[in-house]
Design a protein around this ligand. Structure first.
Ligand code: G6P
Ligand code: MG
Length: 215
């Protein structure tokens, strides 16, 4: 049965997916091109370095690694500026209620995010105290859809993957959960997240009962 819930951060608990998009768009525009919201879906859940590589491909550009590192830092400085002002009111609806319900029922809670800025966001929004384990971009070496981020989370919680559910807004993240042999709940559009065991619009639409029913 259900023993642990692993949460992606950006786009699941907080609406930072929009800030990532704005900052990448600003970077692409500064290089003389643009990309669509559909292309942006492909950036969700993947690391900063890999996101930049995809964007440069879309723009038909290629730079030496050193220049790429500079561009990634530039995007991150804009992004950090956007998130450093974040407060508890930017936590997405239903998040606190679900986390409380899980805690009350002794279900373990972990973060599984590709972001190196995860701790700053959790601290700014008051989410940190809910987590029994935090796996972020500073500790994983392989980007989603590789299952590493979620397998590490389960390991830190001392819980088998078969007792875990992952909450994800990115199709790469849903795939990572499935490869980790965990249940996956998609947050967002059923079309983008069709591989998930269940898709809901947001966290207000899911309760413990429905999560347990996946097992
Ligand atoms: C998450 C987001 C991605 C982002 C990645 C790295 O997975 O969904 O859009 O690129 O984290 O975030 P960072 O804050 O380290 O640049
Ligand atoms: Mg996400």
């Amino acid at each position: 049965g259900l023993q642990a819930c692993l949460f992606d951060l950006d786009g699941v608990l907080v609406d930072t997916a929009k800030y990532h998009y704005l900052a990448w768009k600003q970077l692409a525009n500064s290089l003389g091109f643009d990309f669509t919201e559909l292309q942006n879906e492909e950036l969700k859940g993947i690391s900063r370095v890999e996101s930049l590589k995809k964007i440069l491909t879309w723009g038909g550009l290629d730079f030496p690694q050193e220049r790429q590192d500079e561009l990634a830092s530039l995007k991150n400085s804009w992004y950090v500026e956007m998130i450093s002002e974040m407060k508890v009111d930017e936590v997405l609806p239903g998040s606190f209620e679900l986390l409380e319900e899980l805690r009350t029922n002794q279900i373990k809670i972990a973060l599984g995010s590709a972001s190196k800025n995860a701790q700053l966001i959790l601290d700014n929004t008051g989410l940190t105290p809910y987590f029994d384990a935090i796996v972020d971009g500073n500790v994983v070496s392989k980007s989603k859809p590789d299952p590493e981020v979620f397998l590490k989370g389960a390991e830190m919680l001392h819980i088998s993957p078969s007792g875990c559910v992952v909450f994800e807004d990115a199709s790469a993240g849903v795939e990572a959960a499935l490869r980790a042999t965990m249940k996956a709940i998609g947050i967002g559009s059923p079309k983008e997240l069709s591989k998930a065991h269940l898709v809901v619009e947001d966290l207000t639409k899911i309760q413990l009962k429905a999560i347990q029913n996946l097992f």
